[in-house]
Design a protein. Structure first.
Ligand code: PLP
Length: 373
């Protein structure tokens, strides 16, 4: 059996090797490494896939920063988000002088607890920033309703959820990231659509906003050497765009492979009492950036799996409000008990597009052995 990995980027590459190699060679031959037609081609294809305007960026963190710059908020304005997320979600707010206001996550699906949002809204609140953690959407319909009522922006941190569909109460579906005012994505190698390096994208339905976003990502430029606003330099390079263009062709297949592995885990772990398999909500599909279980014996299980050469990861071992850099926000321990508890119980199992049935069988057998003996 092949070594089991958390993600198998090389194995996945081998399935597309000829096309990816040719695409990379084409860029090298063209020497158009920056801002070539390749980047525009990829943006166009992703835009068609999502049904919205897309601007590529250097990474997902930049995407979030550019999104908030484009909304033209003022220092001190408040943005509501969850403390159970990757640090980038919160970091960009602080960098822009905005104030992150946390509300707790839900224990079952790890996303922001929408029932707590309204209580956190003040006269300074300007935006809600839901994170679609691990590949499942936050409750966007309720978030949008609250945002409309209080005239707030919705910025989706969809970095872990490219390909996830939001399912509205009336049955219609829309890709996450395209439902709020702005959506942000990351092409970090292990994300659902991963580059061979860094990359990101910002989505906006509103054409004017999309133009502002494109300008900000390019030094605030309006026309050549004319700068109408303060911007940043954040671009996807041509080689990454060429790789992503190839990978986007196989993206549906890759998502299905993740979902198939998740189904296998569900079916073979769902009966173990000491484990909670990931809860599914009826308003979202799940693209399984991570397959994350919960158990009170998390650390022991992780050690046991390690002894069987099975990797696993804790996303996330700490909540943002207790991190040293974010202490100044004034939160304290136990302020967000659900999120804090999650950091002690979550464990992400190997999840990628190349997991074989043999590997999955080996993994679930080990987990069962640990609990059932
Ligand atoms: C990966 C990620 C980011 C940042 O993406 P980078 O491309 O690594 O900058 C932001 N938010 C979340 C939730 C992420 O998972």
């Amino acid at each position: 059996m092949q070594t089991i990995r958390m993600s198998d980027l090389y194995g996945q590459y081998l399935t597309m090797k000829d096309e990816i190699d040719t695409a990379m060679q084409d860029v090298i031959k063209s020497t158009q490494f920056i801002k070539s037609g390749k980047v525009l081609d990829f943006e166009k294809k992703l835009s068609a896939y999502l049904g919205t305007n897309v601007t590529a960026s250097g990474n997902g963190t930049d995407a979030l920063q550019i999104a908030f710059m484009a909304l033209d908020l003022q220092p001190g304005d408040e943005v509501i988000t969850s403390p159970f997320t990757f640090v980038a979600t919160v970091e960009v707010l602080v960098l822009l002088g905005l104030k992150p206001i946390f509300v707790d996550a839900q224990p079952g699906n790890f996303n922001i607890d929408v029932s707590l949002i309204e209580g956190a809204i003040t006269s300074k609140t300007k935006a809600i920033l839901p994170v679609h953690l691990f590949g499942q959407s936050a409750n966007l319909e309720e978030i949008k309703t609250l945002a409309e009522k209080h005239k707030l922006f919705v910025v989706e941190d969809a970095c872990q959820a490219l390909g996830t569909d939001y399912i509205f109460k009336n049955g219609t579906k829309k890709r996450v990231g395209t439902i709020g005012d702005v959506g942000c994505n990351s092409f970090f190698p292990s994300k659902n659509l991963g580059a061979f390096g860094d990359g990101g994208a910002i989505y906006a339905n509103n054409e004017k906003l999309a133009v502002i976003i494109r300008s900000i990502a390019n030094h605030g430029m309006k026309a050549k050497y004319q700068y109408e606003r303060i911007g940043v330099n954040s671009r996807l390079d041509s080689i990454q765009a060429a790789i992503l263009e190839v990978k986007l062709k196989y993206f549906d297949r890759h998502i299905k492979a993740r979902q198939k592995a998740a189904k296998y885990y569900d079916e073979h772990l769902g009966d173990i009492k000491e484990i909670k398999i990931p809860e599914r909500v009826d308003y979202s599909t799940h693209t399984f950036h991570q397959y994350t279980i919960k158990t009170d014996k998390r650390d022991e299980l992780q050690q046991f799996l390690k002894s069987k050469n099975i990797p696993s990861m804790v996303y996330y071992p700490g909540v943002i409000h207790m991190q040293e850099a974010y202490k100044f926000l004034g939160y304290k321990k136990d302020d967000f008990p659900v999120s804090e508890q999650l950091t002690k119980t979550v464990l992400s199992l190997p999840m990628h597009t190349e997991l074989t049935e043999e590997q999955l069988e080996y993994i679930v057998k080990a987990v069962r052995e640990f609990f059932i003996k």
